[in-house]
Design a protein around this ligand. Structure first.
Ligand code: CIR
Length: 265
């Protein structure tokens, strides 16, 4: 059986725009260098392709500085896709830009539409059995309630979980490694939200590498976190490190750069 949470035939990415220098950031630690970000992005796409998956590269959208972070625009499930309603006003229009690309691949595409509903893909972790969603500055109770309602006909269950204070997205602090295992910061796993899973905590001081992705046989993680990398290697994962210095200036990591899915026409 296909592991729905990490076996994928497709991914969608979007090229970074020149306007990326105006991207949102919680704390200003510098302006991203576009050329270096493009080089990291190319490495990321090559790693996804090396697993045999088809990667659809969308054109840059200058009107949306954060549009390289496509994960926030949709949730791709085995049964269909859900178009999100990003809580950052400057990002709201990115969801409509993604919708036609998913409609071309999926028979079932539904949309979060409530005027008060806000939800971003970075706050959602799909596992083999459930969909975990953390409330954040971008995702509110109405957004979670609407997601719950939209995916119920597909037999999907949504569980609301805790997002550590001051963290942009729930998934800034965790990733799925396989059907049973989650990589997490201690500040998140201490909340007890992963009791049903095996948890590997990132090394102390390496919290910025908790946002990784399992994509087919690979785990893509940001470069520069040797203690966590070594513990994942010891646990038997195939690690591929990608430079993330420029996305990190905009609070972005491995998961935000793609939508990963197996389309169901
Ligand atoms: C933002 O603040 O929306 C972007 N600068 C970063 C988005 C990162 N997205 C993600 O982790 N899913």
């Amino acid at each position: 059986m296909m592991a729905r949470s990490h076996s994928f035939t497709h991914a969608i990415t979007r090229k970074p725009s020149v306007s990326i220098t105006a991207g949102l950031r919680a704390v200003d630690i510098g302006t991203p260098d576009l050329a270096l970000m493009q080089a990291h992005h190319a490495d990321y796409i090559a790693a996804l392709r090396s697993t045999g998956a088809e990667v659809i590269e969308l054109a840059a959208l200058e009107a949306y500085p954060d549009s390289v972070f496509v994960e926030d625009t949709a949730l791709c499930l085995p049964e269909g896709a859900v178009i999100m309603r990003p809580g950052a006003p400057s990002r709201l229009g990115e969801a409509a830009e993604m919708a036609p690309h998913l409609r071309a691949l999926y028979g079932n595409v539904v949309q979060i539409v409530g005027a008060d509903s806000f939800i971003e893909g970075g706050d959602i972790l799909m596992t083999e059995t459930e969909i975990l969603v953390g409330r954040s500055a971008r995702t509110n109770a109405a957004g979670i309630a609407e997601l719950t309602h939209r995916v119920a006909p597909w037999g999907e269950t949504v569980r609301e979980v805790f997002t550590p204070p001051g963290v942009l997205h729930f998934k800034t602090d965790c990733s799925l490694l396989d059907a049973e295992t989650i990589l997490s910061t201690t500040r998140l796993s201490a909340s007890g939200c992963f009791k049903a899973y095996r948890v590997i905590n990132v090394a102390e001081g390496e919290e910025a590498c908790a946002n990784a992705i399992r994509f087919n046989d690979l785990v893509l993680m940001p470069a520069g976190f040797p203690r966590t990398r070594d513990s994942l290697l010891t646990a038997g994962y195939h690690i591929h490190e990608i430079g993330n210095s420029e996305c990190a200036k905009l609070d972005g990591g491995m998961s935000c750069l793609s939508l990963r899915f197996t389309p169901k026409p």
